[in-house]
Ligand binder design. Structure first.
Ligand code: FES
Ligand code: FES
Length: 162
């Protein structure tokens, strides 16, 4: 029988008490225990970035972290970032620049893009490409995703909120 553990995690601003199997990874906890299905599961090996979530302010692979390791941590998912409006401009740019087709990679891309934009005022296209190199997209060829992140960076540089 699976051993279980009690944990407390602040998810998208709300303290959640959970009893989880000790082998459950963070993204499965978010999806199955809390119904937050924005973070996707692709490779489950830390390769594709579909499962990216933010833990204590840093974007991590949700498939490579156990839920019990998040005990006491603050976790933000794409739902939380959407609700606060933190990434509204970036999300709009993804739509306007046609940066999503099936959208499977999009939550992870937005997480990574938002983290880059929080660290650099106006990254070059090469820097953007490097930042998203750990996120796989099967549909877009990446060009439009780079366009969307660059568009957001340039708008912010011009004083338009992002
Ligand atoms: S599902 Fe986690 S990196 Fe692919
Ligand atoms: S839009 Fe389909 S995987 Fe990226």
């Amino acid at each position: 029988m699976d051993k279980r553990a009690d944990i407390v995690v602040v998810v998208n601003g709300l303290a959640r008490q959970l009893n989880v199997p000790v082998r459950r990874n963070l993204v499965d906890m978010l999806r199955h225990d809390l119904g937050l299905t924005g973070a996707h599961v692709g490779c489950e090996h830390g390769v594709c970035g579909a499962c990216n979530v933010r833990v204590d302010g840093v974007v991590v692979r949700g498939c490579l972290m156990l839920a019990v390791q998040a005990d006491g941590a603050t976790v933000d998912t794409i739902e939380g970032l959407t609700a606060t409006g933190e990434i509204a401009a970036l999300q709009s740019a993804f739509v306007e620049r046609n940066a999503l087709q099936c959208g499977y990679c999009t939550p992870g891309m937005l997480m990574t893009g938002a983290e880059l934009l929080s660290q650099q005022t106006c990254p070059s296209r090469a820097v953007i490409r490097d930042a998203i190199s750990g996120n796989y997209c099967r549909c877009t060829g990446y060009q439009a995703i780079v366009d969307a992140i660059e568009t957001t960076a340039l708008a912010r540089k011009d004083g338009i909120p992002s």
